[in-house]
Ligand binder design. Structure first.
Ligand code: SAH
Length: 357
């Protein structure tokens, strides 16, 4: 073999792998065999793919890599949330969070799309890291496969069945600033011969990148959209989220209307509650007005404090008053209790803190 870097087999969906194999003199049916090993049996080395000939295994090994992350450590929260620390081939580190669903039988994975983040929202720990680089499609898929394999082994689940039931792009980074890798990873994960997870079970969350919202309107499948709004009043929003200086809030919400027209899908609006900042009657009225004509559910997320950032968690009274206001204005909402706070795994807390490796 040459010194060229290997191709990642995770970049290939079923059709693409079939085409590759046929072009290179292999029988077509081997694509299914290989993908089954990787996606259904969590087997990540060709050496272990025992129903392929020794010759095929060696040849594949020469051309392809599989998982492109190394799992460094897993932290467990008292509420069952897990936080994974992964290292990429160039040494950069990322975090991925696994949250058990209410009934504990299935799991949601919160994946990262970038190393660090360029957006520097004033309440978010990831922004403090600055932006390092985009993650590749195979690095995004690797997070899902490694966490799924870990869950199956640790909780002794059926090895042939997915443990992960929902994927949310709410880890580190802004998914729409890495659009192609994010959508590419979703296409492979969705493929029936690969991870076979429905696009309706996948949510992409954005701080409000208009171009990305527009592009998602045309993407295949039923990928869900979540918008980190946090304030419907543009002036207020600008003080929290520098991106709003460039991507006007009204234009951004018009792009959301466009997405909804095209797809008919209800969206999620995320609203971090910050006491004394966005919990007042005027804020609720701004929401009602700004989200006019949009079908949405509002997720109210009491702010998770981040050390070195100047915000505290809202009081119980503040939360109760705010949700009562929403109710009075008939705004559909859910109060989200953040999980994994004791291990810095909650929303906005991913900052690669205290990592020793
Ligand atoms: N960049 C994308 C994806 C990150 S998702 C986005 O902004 O949507 C992470 C979610 O956690 C976002 O809704 C973000 O606003 C929220 N978040 C960030 N810091 C937080 C904090 N300190 N407390 C609660 N939620 C926070």
């Amino acid at each position: 073999m040459t010194d060229l870097p290997k191709l990642s087999i995770l970049d290939y969906d079923f059709e693409a792998l079939q085409a590759f194999l046929v072009k290179n003199g292999y029988p077509k049916y081997k694509a299914q065999t290989i993908l089954q090993w990787i996606y259904k049996r969590s087997t990540f080395t060709f050496e272990e793919m025992s129903d392929l000939s020794k010759k095929d295994r060696t040849a594949l090994e020469d051309v392809f890599s599989t998982i492109s992350l190394k799992q460094d450590r897993v932290q467990t929260s008292e509420d069952g949330t897990l936080k994974f620390l992964f290292t990429a081939e160039d040494g950069v580190k990322i975090e991925t969070v696994m949250i058990p669903n209410e009934d504990d039988s299935r799991y949601t994975i919160c994946v990262s799309s970038q190393v660090g983040c360029a957006l520097r929202c004033s309440f978010c720990a990831t922004g403090l890291l600055g932006f390092k680089r985009d993650l590749s499609r195979s690095e995004i898929i690797s997070q899902v496969l490694l966490v799924d394999a870990y869950l199956k082994t640790t909780y002794k689940l059926d090895p042939h069945d997915r443990a992960i039931d929902n994927i949310v792009f709410m880890g580190m980074g802004e998914p729409f600033l890495n659009f192609d890798a994010v959508i590419g990873s979703i296409e492979v994960l969705n493929d029936q011969k690969c991870f076979d997870i429905g696009t309706r079970r996948i949510t992409v969350s954005t701080a409000g990148v208009i171009d990305g919202i527009q592009r998602l309107s045309y993407a295949r499948g039923q990928i869900r959209l979540a918008i980190s709004l946090h304030a419907a009043n543009h002036e207020k929003r600008k003080t929290l989220m520098p991106i709003a200086r460039k991507e006007n809030t009204k234009d951004m919400l018009d792009a959301v209307r466009y997405y909804q027209e095209k797809t008919g899908r209800r969206i999620t609006i995320e609203y971090i509650l910050i006491e004394g900042f966005n919990n007042l009657e005027e804020d609720v009225l701004a929401l009602k007005h700004g989200l006019h004509n949009i079908k949405y559910n509002l997720n109210v997320i009491p702010l998770n404090p981040v050390s070195s950032l100047p915000y505290d968690a809202p009081s119980k009274n503040c939360i109760n008053d705010f949700t009562a206001r929403l109710k009075r204005h008939s705004i559909p909402h859910v109060l989200r209790v953040s999980k994994g706070r004791d291990i810095d795994a909650a929303c906005g807390q991913l900052a690669l803190k205290n990592q020793t490796t």
